[in-house]
Design a binder for this molecule. Structure first.
Ligand code: PMP
Length: 318
């Protein structure tokens, strides 16, 4: 087999492997494979970007500790960045998030503080308070415009460069956690197609954006229990807000693994289900883009631990 595409660049930092993820076309939808980033999610990008911006601005100094409230993936990503760069790391997260995410941050050497149940509100307060103390830096992903800036200048242009020659995006479909991806990538898309439609998605069990409702759901990483500052500031950019049910998100997640070998989390399932609905309802939207945000390994205990059918013995096969 030819190895002509093998990169010969040798780096001494895993952070150089963030980004440049593959694009797949699955059932007519362009899917950006962000789950293949180091630390297993889309959040590797904002973690690297926000920390390097903070270093440039002199907000982070050697010996400092990064503190961030997160439902998991940003904590994993910042923990990785802190490990590489030698900062302390304190992840503040609610109870009830997947155990793997906690374990991954711990594996990167971070301390984890658990506050509150399921939603991130209590964790947010705590991280903000600690961030004001000497020697701590709180990136504040839900408010920080660097989150949007990363998506506008890095992830967005990368997606545009990967679309087939001559194609521009007609629609972007994305679940809202901080809103950074939808807003920042959306801004990049608007530059090449001012008419691109931006579809926000949230769980139907927790319609916070649509009507202020906060509920428990299984689509970890989105709908954290409040309207994030980023989304509020840029709400005018979004065309439509849609919902996905936890059940259909999980079902689609399982199908993606079995049918396409894509081992991803429930928000990826929810994104693809919703993108398909958008394309069915609006056939004029030819080039529809969505994202596969994190890896299935983070949900083994929650969703994949007990396969319905395990063939233990070989008797029936002999
Ligand atoms: N899916 C997953 C798995 C996530 O971790 C996140 C980020 N919390 C999102 C989707 C939403 O991304 P954003 O914060 O950019 O809205």
């Amino acid at each position: 087999m030819a190895a002509s595409n093998v990169s010969t660049n040798i780096s001494n930092s895993i952070l150089d492997a963030v980004g440049n993820t593959p694009m797949l076309e699955i059932e007519g939808i362009y899917c950006k494979c962000e789950f293949l980033n180091p630390s297993g999610s889309i959040k590797a990008r904002i973690a690297k970007y926000m920390i390097e911006r903070a270093e440039e601005e002199g907000l982070l100094k050697p010996g400092d500790t990064i503190v961030e409230a997160t439902s998991g993936n940003t904590g994993n990503a910042l923990s990785m960045v802190a490990a590489v760069k030698g900062y302390g790391m304190l992840v503040v997260m609610p109870e009830g998030m997947s155990g793997e995410r906690l374990a991954i941050s711990r594996a990167f050497g971070a301390d984890v503080l658990l506050t509150g149940q399921f939603h991130v509100n209590a964790a947010l307060e705590k991280a903000r308070e600690l961030g004001r103390r000497e020697g701590y830096f709180n990136p504040g992903q839900f408010e920080n415009e660097w989150n949007v800036e990363e998506n506008r200048t890095w992830l967005g242009p990368e997606i545009l460069a990967q679309l087939p020659e001559g194609k521009v995006p007609d629609a972007l479909v994305m679940g809202v956690g901080t809103g950074g991806t939808l807003v920042g990538v959306g801004q990049a898309f608007r530059e090449v197609n001012p008419g691109v439609k931006l579809f926000a998605m949230e769980p139907s069990e927790s319609k916070t954006l649509l009507c202020g409702e906060i509920g428990e759901h299984l689509i970890e990483g989105i709908s954290d229990g409040f309207v994030p500052g980023i989304f509020e500031r840029h709400e005018g950019l979004v065309d439509v807000t849609l919902t996905a049910e936890s059940g259909e998100a999980v079902e689609e997640m399982r199908r993606l693994a079995k049918r396409y070998g894509l081992f991803v989390g429930p928000s990826s399932g929810a994104n693809l289900v919703t993108a398909r609905k958008v394309k069915e309802a609006h056939p004029e939207l030819e080039t529809v883009v969505t994202l596969l945000c994190d890896e299935g390994e983070k949900y083994i205990q929650e969703h994949f631990a007990e396969p319905a059918e395990v063939r233990v013995g070989a008797e029936e096969l002999s």
